[in-house]
Design a protein. Structure first.
Length: 92
């Protein structure tokens, strides 16, 4: 995967992404691990994935092309997605 990109995120930004994901999935941040699939392990449907996507944009302050939404299924893919589009950690 794009792990090289994902490792470029600050610990603070990674924590913020984990918090957003946990909030949408209605679990604690500690329950969400990198290897967990949002769909398989948390029964996240497409509406929850869209909600995560939307919160990333609103809370982290950048725009993500919608076609990249299909890649969002775990924390590693979320980190890589954020890393591709963040220029500066806005508000984080």
């Amino acid at each position: 995967m794009s792990e090289n990109l994902a490792t470029g995120l600050s610990a603070e930004l990674r924590d913020k992404v984990r918090e957003i994901v946990a909030d949408v999935l209605e679990v604690t941040p500690e329950e969400v691990r990198e290897e967990h699939s949002f769909a398989e392990d948390f029964d996240a449907d497409s509406l929850l994935i869209i909600e995560m996507f939307s919160r990333f944009e609103r809370q982290l302050g950048f725009k993500i092309p919608q076609e990249e939404l299909v890649d969002l299924d775990n924390l590693e893919s979320a980190y890589a997605l954020i890393a591709r589009h963040v220029t500066a950690p806005a508000g984080v």
